[in-house]
Design a protein around this ligand. Structure first.
Ligand code: DMJ
Length: 597
């Protein structure tokens, strides 16, 4: 009794903390815009990093590991000749449809928001949501190259040369978003094209971002008030810091060091990862880290004891195997940390949901660790966590863990199941299911599902409504298997197609081609506007309503639609040798970096 009261209190406190961060706009779920100062009056500053006097210079630097210790295992499936003759040509039309969608958005961006961060897909208005450095332009560079839009690419490169990263009207810089979208975009476009200006710009931005690491313990300020730094005020890392924001700067900073030969960026992020690796055993859920950590105290072991592979944590785990690949396996800590973390995630975070078709799927949830032995599962599902299938597939190949490939299949199928389950054919941002008692399959039990639906909607009870299970299911338009939806939007996110793509490239599972096409057709069918694609506010709206022009669309098209979602769809239907995973490793914004070795 006491324990369950304690759980409720903890749940309420954690929800309040979550809400606090959400309202602050501090979730790495970037739908809120990434900058919390959109409404504050703009103040133009020019940050002259060349004249910046470091307050806490490093005394020694870790050198950049250059040569792979051994050849890493092959990642991609060996597609047979027959595939190239028969199946691949059939994908051409699909690929063209994806390219057409990209071009529609790109043209609107060019015409109405060139050099701004985004263009709004309904009203065609420019929006500066990420520092005003032309986020869509930089984020899309490599997609232009990959889609063989070389003229548009050259025009964009010319425009990149005019971006001045020393100027921003934003008061606060989100270092993580700036790193994955801008730095990642520039580095990848350089890796693909060899255009020197792209590396020069990446270096300019890297030098500015390096100043965020000038703190007493060399942990970076992740929500960075660039104005006060410029005014000469000293800075400290944040004491409430999201795991993903501090723990996934590694790939971009390391790639910059690899390409320039200057080890300082790699050194900066290696210090963070060394600290994580030393503290991995000491958390409430040893092996994993809480979603909020204290960078100011360099304490990564606990603040809020919620653990997840999803929002606020995601790319921290994603970057462990990817760093192993990027460094050619030279640094052993990444593999070690990954295996440890995934053993724990497998045991506690992944769950099998009870579904009407008894599909063989897994969902990645959330847990709260009350103590090392009292660990409570929150059977949540998120679009953001759908990257995990791809991560398990990559990790399975890189570290030779065959069992992880089974998990990769089940997690990815869990996401495609969730797409198919809704009336629009798209997965909601956040929802809850009913977990089976174990990870073994369990039979569908309608009574149990109804009970879960009623409990989940206990606080929404209203005497004027039908509060029976069926009444709630009808009113909320709940698909069977989903007991509640906390966030009904689909905001053009990439994670599900990302896993479908990685799983397809690693296993050659051919049914994924049709699955991917179904997903694309659903998304394009509902979110397409004359000027691009717009996020959908409610995925439970039937396609017929949408066809009648009744889709509740929101006037936002984040840069990841062009940088990630459309790129993954395009690569899905392309020759598997285009951006082979044996040659490239993609950052969390889908920017391919050349692998060592
Ligand atoms: C992207 O910017 C990145 O994939 C990030 O890691 C998480 N979310 C968005 C897209 O959903």
């Amino acid at each position: 009794m006491l324990a369950s009261r304690r759980k409720w209190i903890t749940y309420i406190v954690l929800s309040a903390v979550g809400l606090f961060f959400y309202l602050l706009g501090s979730s790495p779920d970037t739908s809120a815009g990434g900058y919390s100062n959109l409404s504050t009056p703009p103040e133009k500053i020019e940050f002259q990093w060349e004249k910046y006097d470091e307050k806490y210079p490093v005394e020694w630097m870790v050198s950049l590991p250059l040569h792979p210790i051994k050849k890493l295992p092959k990642i991609q499936y060996g597609f047979p000749e027959e595939f190239f003759k028969v199946l691949l040509p059939k994908q051409k039309m699909r690929q063209e449809a994806v390219k057409e969608s990209f071009l529609r958005a790109w043209k609107t961006y060019k015409e109405y928001a060139w050099m701004h961060d985004e263009v709004t897909p309904l009203t065609r208005v420019p929006l500066d949501s990420f520092g005003g450095w032309a986020a869509t332009l930089v984020d899309s560079l490599d997609t232009l190259w990959i889609m063989d839009l070389k003229d548009e690419f050259q025009e964009a490169v010319l425009a990149v040369s005019k971006i001045d990263f020393r100027n921003t009207e934003a008061k606060e810089i989100n270092v993580f978003e700036t790193t994955i979208r801008y730095l990642g975009g520039l580095l990848s476009a350089y890796d693909l094209s060899g255009e020197q200006i792209l590396l020069d710009k990446a270096t300019e931005l890297g030098n500015i971002l390096y100043v965020a690491f000038d703190t007493p313990n060399r942990m970076p300020v992740t929500r960075w008030n660039i104005h006060s730094t410029f005014m000469g005020l000293s800075q400290e890392a944040n004491s409430f810091c999201l795991l993903a924001e501090i723990g996934s700067l590694t790939m971009e900073f390391t790639r910059l060091s690899q390409l320039t030969g200057d080890p300082k960026w790699h050194d900066a992020v290696d210090r963070i990862m060394e600290a994580f690796s030393q503290q991995q055993k000491g958390t409430r859920l040893p092996g994993m880290f809480p979603v909020v950590v204290n960078a100011r105290a360099k304490n990564f072991q606990g603040r809020v004891d919620t653990f997840s592979l999803g929002a606020m944590s995601d790319s921290f785990y994603e970057y462990l195997p990817k760093m192993h690949a990027l460094l050619g396996g030279v640094d052993q800590k990444y593999g070690k940390m990954y295996r440890y973390a995934m053993d724990v995630a497998k045991k506690h975070i992944l769950y099998r949901p009870m579904v009407p078709d008894n599909a063989n799927i897994l969902i990645s949830g959330k847990v709260t660790a009350y103590s090392e032995t009292d660990i409570g599962l929150n059977p949540e599902g998120q679009h953001l966590v759908c990257f995990a299938g791809g991560m398990f597939a990559l990790g399975s190949k890189l570290f030779d863990i065959p069992e992880h490939m089974d998990i990769a299949h089940m997690l990815t199928d869990g996401c495609t199941w969730s797409y198919k389950a809704t009336r629009s054919g798209m997965m909601p941002e956040v929802f809850h299911m009913v977990p089976c008692p174990t990870k073994e399959p369990c039979e569908w039990d309608e009574g149990k599902f109804h009970e879960a639906v009623v409990t989940a909607h206990f606080f929404d009870k209203n005497d004027d409504q039908d509060n029976s299970p069926q009444g709630i299911i009808d009113r909320e338009r709940l698909p069977l298997g989903i007991r509640s939806m906390q966030d009904r939007r689909y905001i053009l996110r990439p994670e599900a197609i990302e896993s479908v793509f990685v799983l397809y490239r690693t296993t050659g599972r051919m049914d994924l081609l049709d699955k991917a096409w179904e997903m694309f057709a659903a998304i394009e069918g509902v979110t397409k506007t004359a000027y691009g694609n717009a996020g959908l506010d409610d995925v439970t709206i039937a396609r017929e309503a949408v066809a009648a022009g009744d889709a509740p669309l929101s006037d936002r098209m984040e840069s990841f639609w062009l940088a990630e979602t459309l790129k993954y769809f395009y690569l899905m239907f392309s020759d598997p040798n285009l951006i082979s995973l044996d040659e490239y490793v993609l950052n969390t914004e889908a920017h391919p970096f050349k692998r060592a070795g």
